[in-house]
Design a protein around this ligand. Structure first.
Ligand SMILES: O=C(O)[C@H](O)COP(=O)(O)O
Length: 310
C-alpha cells in the first residue's frame, strides 16, 4: 500500500500516520497536475489540502486509489461524483479549522474598521496619518452571517464578546435552542442584506451558490456596508465588489479567497490597489492549532478507513 500526501500536513500528524502504519510506504511531496496524473496510478491513499485539484482527469488515471483524505473542510477541489463512481472513499475534517477562519474574519473587520493595514503602510512610508484614520467600533453593530455551519457558529460565538446584533441567514431552520445559545436571529436573506453593517459569507461553493452575492444583493445593502469572504472564491462576485467599492457604497471588503487562486489579472490589480480592501492568500485555516487538529483528524479517519479495507 502507498499513501501519498500532496500538500503539507502537520508534522505531528505525519508522525502519527507513520506510527500507526509502520509497514506502509508514505510519501510527502507536492506534485503539479501533470506529474500527479502520472504518479496517481501507483497511489492507494491520497491526502490533500485545497491546493491540489483532484479532477476527473486525475481520477481517470487513479487505478489503485481507494481513499482521498481532504485535510480541511471544502470538497470543491475534489470531483466527489467521479470518485464515488470509482468506489473511492472521500474523507474530510469538518469543523476542525473553523475557529481559525472565524478569527480571521474578526481580524479583517477590525482591520477595515480601524485602518490597521493602511496605518501600517503609512508608517512604513514615514506618514503619520493620525487625523485621517478615524475608524468605527464593531461593538453593537449589526453583523450578518450567511451560512450557519461550523465557521458561522464559531463566528457568532466570538461576536458575543462584541455584543453585536447578529443576524443569520441559512437555508436550514435553526433550532430555538441554538439561536439562544449563539445569541443570533435567523432572518431572510433580504432582511440580512438590508440591515447589516458587516456581512460575512460562510457557504460552500457549488452550482447553487455561484455569485450568491452579486450586484442585486449589494444594491440591497446599507451604504457603508462591509463584506468579508473567507469561504470560497466564486460565492462573491468580485467584479460587482469592485464597482461598489469604487462608487463608495461599500466601506470595505475583506477577501481571503478568490475566484482565481492565486489571483492574477487586471480585476485583482484594481481591487488590491484600493485602500479599503484587506486581502490574504487563503490562510483562514492556516494556524498552528487548526493544522494540528485537521492533520490529526484526517490521519485518524484515513487509518480507520484503511483498517476497514483490510
Ligand atoms: O475548506 C477548508 O477547510 C478551508 O478553506 C481551508 O483549506 P486549506 O487550508 O486546505 O487551504
Amino acid at each position: 500500500m502507498k499513501i501519498h500526501i500532496n500538500d503539507p500536513l502537520d508534522e505531528n500528524a505525519l508522525k502519527k500516520l507513520q506510527k500507526e502504519l509502520p509497514n506502509v510506504e508514505i510519501t510527502s511531496e507536492h506534485f503539479e497536475k501533470d506529474v500527479l496524473k502520472d504518479k496517481i496510478k501507483e497511489i492507494d491513499v491520497l491526502i490533500v489540502r485545497s491546493a491540489t485539484k483532484v479532477t476527473r482527469e486525475i481520477l481517470e488515471h487513479a487505478d489503485k486509489l481507494k481513499i482521498i483524505g481532504r485535510a480541511g473542510m471544502g470538497l470543491d477541489n475534489i470531483d466527489v461524483d467521479t470518485a464515488k463512481s470509482k468506489g473511492i472513499t472521500v474523507l474530510n475534517t469538518p469543523g476542525q479549522n473553523s475557529l481559525s477562519v472565524a478569527e480571521l474574519v474578526i481580524g479583517m473587520v477590525l482591520d477595515i474598521y480601524r485602518h490597521i493595514t493602511i496605518g501600517t503602510i503609512g508608517l512604513k512610508n514615514e506618514q503619520w496619518e493620525k487625523k485621517q484614520l478615524k475608524g468605527l467600533e464593531l461593538s453593537e453593530k449589526t453583523f450578518g452571517i450567511i451560512g450557519f455551519g461550523y465557521v458561522g457558529k464559531n463566528l457568532a460565538k466570538l461576536l458575543k464578546g462584541f455584543q453585536t446584533n447578529t443576524l443569520v441567514f441559512d437555508v436550514v431552520n435553526i433550532s430555538t435552542d441554538e439561536l439562544k445559545h449563539y445569541n443570533v436571529r435567523q432572518v431572510s436573506l433580504e432582511e440580512l442584506l438590508q440591515n447589516s453593517d458587516v456581512i460575512s459569507l460562510h457557504i460552500p461553493k457549488n452550482e447553487k451558490t455561484y455569485h450568491f452575492i452579486s450586484e442585486p444583493q449589494i444594491q440591497m445593502m446599507k451604504d457603508g456596508a462591509v463584506i468579508i469572504n473567507a469561504a470560497r472564491g466564486g460565492v462573491l462576485d468580485e467584479n460587482a465588489v469592485l464597482k461598489y467599492l469604487k462608487n463608495g457604497k461599500l466601506l470595505g471588503v475583506g477577501l481571503d479567497v478568490f475566484e482565481e487562486e492565486p489571483p492574477k489579472g487586471d480585476l485583482y490589480k484594481e481591487l488590491f490597489a484600493l485602500p479599503n480592501v484587506v486581502a490574504t492568500p487563503h490562510i483562514g485555516a492556516s494556524t498552528k492549532e487548526a493544522q494540528e487538529r485537521v492533520g490529526i483528524n484526517i490521519v485518524d479517519r484515513v487509518v480507520e478507513e484503511i483498517r476497514k479495507l483490510n
